[in-house]
Design a protein around this ligand. Structure first.
Ligand SMILES: C[S@@+](CC[C@H](N)C(=O)[O-])C[C@H]1O[C@@H](n2cnc3c(N)ncnc32)[C@H](O)[C@@H]1O
Length: 234
């Protein structure tokens, strides 16, 4: 796990509340795929510092469960939202063993799946935990954008990419899996979920005031991909 989500968890929490990539592109594009959350039981897979959990509570969700592999992130959630959400450390490579089958109306997983090697197991687990008729919304790196980082030059081959990111104002090493659109879609559909909507996100115009250059790049190039997946009623 990158230091970005452990050593720098507090800085990460502050920055994602207002930056372009999370606040003005990723979150509005993910939220656009969610229905009314009032009274819904929601599991946030890879909750980070709980920015989504705060939104779910504002939308009058019923039970909000936050899981993340970083104890530092879970500590921030518990500091801010103790008593309002259930938050605990869980590596999603080992599924959601604490969550009962058919217990969630909605699963959200934003910008987490590119850290997981075997997506098939994750979607299988999402299928188990969702109630029939429930749905999952996730965002992840756009496969076309990530192909620019390919070392193999083979788009269809999964690769572990190592990069240095400046998200928190200091360079931090991050490793993530680059994979094809086919691999993502196959992992979803082999679980029994079906994909009902795919979007490539839309950067908010307010990003221009922060950086004209980043706004122009995100307006013209895909960065993340967003999918909504449904669990059939029977
Ligand atoms: C880019 S952050 C996104 C956080 C949050 N979903 C958001 O959008 O604000 C990625 C999160 O995934 C978590 N993560 C990475 N690998 C994980 C794993 N194997 N299991 C659970 N969480 C993981 C990190 O700790 C980090 O909090």
């Amino acid at each position: 796990m990158s230091d970005l989500y452990k050593k720098y968890a507090n800085q990460y929490d502050r920055i994602v509340r207002e930056n372009i990539y999370n606040a003005l592109l990723e979150r509005p594009s993910t939220c656009a795929l969610l229905d009314d959350l009032k009274g819904q039981d929601i599991v946030d897979m890879g909750c980070g510092s709980g920015v989504y959990a705060e939104y779910f509570l504002e939308q009058s969700a019923n039970n909000v469960t936050c899981v993340d592999a970083s104890s530092e992130m879970v500590n921030i959630v518990n500091q801010n939202l103790r008593g309002k959400v259930k938050a605990y450390v869980q590596d999603l490579n080992f599924g959601l063993p604490i969550e009962a089958a058919e217990s969630a109306d909605v699963i959200v997983s934003s910008l987490v799946l590119h850290y997981i090697e075997d997506l098939t197991a994750v979607f299988k687990e999402a299928y188990r935990v969702l109630k029939p008729g429930g749905y999952m919304v996730f965002s992840t790196h756009h496969p076309f954008a990530d192909f620019e980082c390919s070392v193999s030059g083979n788009y269809f081959e999964k690769e572990l990419i190592h990069e240095e990111w400046d998200t928190v104002g200091t360079p931090v090493n991050v490793s993530f899996y680059r994979r094809s659109l086919t691999e993502i879609c196959d992992a979803v559909t082999s679980s029994g979920l079906f994909i009902s909507k795919v979007t490539e996100g839309c950067v908010d115009e307010r990003a221009k005031q922060i950086s004209e250059e980043t706004y122009a790049r995100l307006k013209n190039n895909p960065n993340f991909i967003f999918m909504r997946c449904e669990k059939p009623l029977s």
